[in-house]
Design a protein. Structure first.
Lengths: 59, 313
């Protein structure tokens, strides 16, 4: 690493280009939405499979 | 500040979510959803709509995963063919390794989800479908025999059986009939395209029927398969799980399909020959779509009628 790079705070690596950062952000949002949807799907399916009886249990 | 390691400089991805969606072959997925839905609807047992929706989603994602694995393995020949050279791997948006990881992850997730949501028979059938498409068709048959799409067509024909199994937990005779329709439909559909694109397939080294056995033999086989397909298309009505409306539609569409195949058989030279092959290719899509759409519509109509009656009550 050059002293200039160290001086600029660029430690061990290179900076992502704006295009790379933008696409990574979009991928992250897509993954977040997919995981959220997956969780919601399993929640809804669980309720659907258990049926209304899920609320009718002794405490 | 954002860093990546220098050794991974070339793998800093610029892939967008849409590139990953393209890996799933959305058009194939929509066909899979459609046929699996038909398989689910012909099942004698009632399916909870939420469970049915989740099952269809799992089947669709499983189909998409096999598409991604297909693009991973076929990246070399996809780069050669005009029809496929704009796919995410040949254009450099997604690396082959990323497509492999994406496909494997979605395969496991889709099979697991279908098993938990529906049943493990359906999940096992989905796993087998993915295995059949990726390993048997893509890795083995596609590059080794002109019968590739005949046997490989089974992968595209399984979804109605998976849908039926998701709804019932068993393999019914009626779902086997839907399997047979798609299975016999596949060769004339793809060979019609292969007749026109034979040069491209040849350049990519894929042994399609026109390249290996010649155009004449392909035209004959297209006609023979279509002659088998037309009566099989009517079987759902004969077996009683589709109405007479379906029966009439299947007879008319089957006759038209045979007429298109006969034109491909007779008109062998010039631009007219190519046009006949393209016409058959296009009509074959309409044929399958209308048959399955009729099954879906006639099964959904009672629900729609019931909902309407409930609304205006």
């Amino acid at each position: 690493m050059t002293p200039e790079a160290q001086g600029n705070g660029q430690e061990n690596g290179i900076v992502l280009t704006p295009a790379q950062q933008k696409s990574r952000r979009r991928r992250n949002i897509a993954i977040g939405l997919a995981v959220g949807f997956f969780v919601l799907l399993f929640y809804v399916v669980t309720i659907a499979k258990l049926g209304p009886g899920v609320l009718n249990r002794p405490l | 500040m954002t860093f990546i390691s220098e050794s991974n400089l070339t793998s800093a991805s610029i892939a967008e979510p849409r590139d990953y969606i393209a890996l799933l072959k959305p058009r194939v997925m929509s066909l899979v959803i459609f046929t699996a839905f038909a398989g689910m609807l012909i099942a004698p047992s009632h399916v909870n709509p939420i469970v049915g929706f989740a099952s269809l989603l799992a089947i669709a994602v499983g189909a998409g995963a096999s598409g991604a694995l297909n693009m991973w393995y076929d990246a070399d020949i996809d780069a050669i063919m005009k029809r496929t050279r704009t796919r995410p791997i040949p254009v450099g948006k997604v690396t082959a390794q990323e497509a492999l990881a994406f496909g494997l992850t979605l395969s496991v997730l889709s099979v697991f989800t279908l098993g938990v949501v529906a049943n493990w028979l359906a999940a096992g059938m989905l796993a087998f479908t993915i295995f059949f498409y990726v390993v048997i068709y893509t890795m083995w048959l596609k590059r080794s025999t002109p019968q590739n799409i005949v046997i490989g067509g089974a992968a595209g024909a399984f979804p109605p059986m998976v849908g039926y199994a998701a709804a019932t937990g068993e393999i019914g005779l009626s779902s086997l009939v839907l399997f047979a329709i798609i299975f016999i439909w596949t060769p004339p559909h793809f060979w019609a395209l292969a007749l026109v694109k034979s040069e491209e397939y040849g350049r990519a080294g894929i042994p399609m029927m026109p390249n290996v056995k010649g155009a004449s033999r392909t035209r004959l086989e297209i006609l023979l398969y279509t002659l088998i397909l037309a009566p099989i298309g009517v079987v759902p009505w004969l077996m009683g799980f589709a109405s007479i409306v379906y029966g009439c539609l299947a007879i008319v569409l089957g006759a038209a399909m045979v007429a298109f195949a006969a034109r491909v058989y007779h008109i062998r030279n010039g631009k007219g020959a190519d046009r006949c092959a393209i016409n058959l290719f296009a009509f074959s899509i309409l044929y399958l779509f209308l048959l399955f759409a009729e099954i879906v519509v006639e099964r959904l109509l009672p629900f729609a009628g019931g909902t309407l009656a409930w609304l205006i009550r």
